[in-house]
Design a protein around this ligand. Structure first.
Ligand code: ATP
Ligand code: MG
Length: 273
């Protein structure tokens, strides 16, 4: 089973858009071993920005992922930790007197893994280093080899240091392979390189990157920027997506599903199948 974590240079970079395109491409691809279409399960561990429907918090990303994946998962199965307000999740949790823990995320991930899909795709939230807040476990002695560097701590009122946790610590624990989505805009070279270097420093494999134009106004010198990243990132670029407008040349509306279909056709799946 392939386990992929989709991260990006920032929020709104196209993680959900690209994830749906990857899922669409994979579910229309026959597995080499069984010659059957591939089974893809999805996981969006944390979301902030949800609609309350019949007492259940529904996140749009989880809904979209569920429409493309093919393992009959419920929204709650896909997205177990959800907050209504569109703010940093650990701040949303704190306002509700809740804590987001790696143990909780890992427990829910095990349930998704137990579906035994050919590919399990996990969409992150925000960028790579998404804070989850101080660990609720008893204070630990921090050393140089600790997962958490010493400055990533919160001091409690009784002067104990609690280590801060990040979503990337879950990715480390689950040993997921990472795909990096680069939102092609001014500043993306710095963001892409910092994110790639941090993923590597965390001891994880970043197996591919995708250039995505998530905004309608294309950046100046787009092709030169993509060429620079091709030189600087030592991993394959497996797709390049232009911004796909809502209306085509003939004036017809293009649905989200049609956009995803068009994007999926441009992906080189060789690192995934
Ligand atoms: N190549 C593209 N063409 C057209 N629209 C795009 C493209 N990439 C992204 N978008 C649109 O840009 C917006 C942001 O993309 P998306 O929601 O996928 O970002 P994200 O990284 O998942 O954000 P979040 O951090 O909130 O999860 C969405 O409306 C999406 O449909
Ligand atoms: Mg998203």
């Amino acid at each position: 089973m392939k386990q992929i974590f989709v991260t990006a240079t920032d929020t709104d970079a196209g993680k959900t858009f690209v994830s749906c395109a990857l899922i669409h491409a994979l579910t229309h691809h026959n597995s080499a071993s069984t010659n059957e279409t591939m089974k893809v399960a999805v996981f969006k561990p944390i979301s902030a920005g949800c609609e309350l429907v019949d007492g259940q918090l529904i996140n749009e990303d989880a809904k979209l992922l569920s429409e493309f994946a093919n393992c009959n998962q419920s929204i709650a199965h896909i997205n177990p930790i959800a907050f209504e307000q569109p703010i940093a999740p650990h701040i949303a949790a704190k306002k509700l007197n809740q804590q987001i823990t790696i143990a909780d995320i890992s427990h829910h991930y095990q349930q998704v893994k137990s579906l035994n899909a050919d590919v399990t795709l996990v969409e992150g939230a925000g960028g790579w280093r998404l804070p989850l807040g101080p660990s609720p476990h008893s204070p630990v002695t921090l050393d140089a080899k600790s997962t958490f560097s010493n400055h990533n701590t919160e001091t409690t009122s009784d002067n104990k240091k609690l280590p801060y946790q990040f979503l990337s610590d879950f990715v480390k624990g689950a040993k997921l392979e990472v795909i990096l989505i680069v939102n092609m805009k001014l500043g993306c070279l710095n963001h892409a390189l910092l994110t790639y270097e941090t993923i590597k420093a965390d001891g994880l494999e970043c197996i591919a990157w995708i250039a995505n134009c998530a905004a309608s106004d294309a950046m100046n010198n787009l092709s030169e920027n993509i060429s620079e990243l091709e030189k600087l990132l030592p991993i394959p670029k497996i797709a390049q997506f232009d911004f796909i407008t809502d209306v085509d040349e003939a004036g017809n509306n293009i649905s989200y599903h049609e956009k995803i279909n068009r994007a999926a056709n441009k992906i080189n799946l060789s690192v995934l199948v």
